[in-house]
Design a protein around this ligand. Structure first.
Ligand code: ZN
Length: 273
């Protein structure tokens, strides 16, 4: 197997006791990974780990919209102590210069959780989208709409429709919008990531069947949302194999071919080397 977990959080404290073992399990399974930052400290740690494992791990730098909330949505899986942070693009800019940084992520709009301020999220998102554009690194977004709507995607689109973002690779992580919105985004050239949830929830099937395989990446979002066989347990990069299997099945494409295509496409779009 050759697979890439394009969105996970191997740097989170949830892996502090056995990180090297987890990374070894991924390597044995043929899985490479991108460690995604969620604010300054987790971005910095992602870069450190990427340097420790230069052939198998890359990093992103970003500020997750939930970190702008007055109510704190994150947990001890991400940080030992919960404390709201001030968004500062200068710190992210500095970190993003590192050659192991392959994307600006995760950033975007989270309108699902209570207490989120769309105005604050917009300001932080615009600065990060501009940073991605200026550095020519793909923008991998966390957009979580309020229940039954596509609002978070519409907010992001409003900004990214600007011509200056045309050439920027745009990736929707953990896509959870409607089929209509997926069609709209696909037409505009967006990419989509899917994780463990597609192995046990059937609401993604239609969207995955619709999207061309070359617009789809595999992820885990570990330690969160483990696939069917480990449901409710801690997720880890090696389990992305189960996601790739499900993607191939839903697309009706031979597993070996689908695996190779998703792998090569991830290497190309993220510029992994
Ligand atoms: Zn994430």
């Amino acid at each position: 197997m050759k697979a890439i977990d394009v969105h996970g959080h191997i740097q989170f404290p949830d892996f502090d006791t056995d990180r090297e073992v987890v990374i070894k399990r991924a390597k044995d399974a043929g899985v490479k990974m991108i460690a995604v930052g969620t604010q300054a400290a987790t971005s910095k740690k992602a870069i450190e780990i990427a340097h420790q494992f230069p052939d198998d791990i890359w990093a992103t730098v970003g500020f997750h919209p939930n970190h702008l909330s007055k109510k704190w949505h994150h947990d001890e899986k991400e940080q030992y102590a919960s404390e709201p942070e001030i968004f500062d693009i200068k710190i992210l800019k500095e970190l993003a210069r590192d050659p192991k940084v392959v994307s600006i992520s995760e950033c975007g709009f989270d309108l699902f959780s209570e207490g989120n301020d769309a105005g604050l999220q917009r300001n932080a998102f615009v600065e990060q989208a501009e940073l991605a554009r200026d550095l020519n690194k793909p923008l991998m977004m966390h957009c979580r709409p309020s229940k039954g709507t596509d609002d978070a995607y519409e907010y992001a689109l409003e900004i990214l429709r600007d011509k200056s973002f045309d050439a920027l690779p745009k990736i929707m992580h953990f896509y959870a919008g409607s089929l209509d919105m997926a069609k709209k985004l696909a037409k505009l050239g967006f990419y989509f990531t899917f994780g463990g949830v597609i192995t046990f929830a059937r609401s993604y099937d239609e969207i995955i069947k619709y999207l061309p395989l070359d617009r789809i990446f595999s992820e885990t979002d570990c330690p969160y949302v483990a696939p069917q066989s480990r449901r409710g347990k801690r997720n880890e990069p090696a389990y992305v194999v189960e996601v790739v299997n499900k993607l191939a099945e839903l697309k009706g494409i031979d597993l070996a071919i689908a695996t190779e295509d998703i792998y090569k496409n991830s290497i190309r779009v993220f510029g992994l080397k």
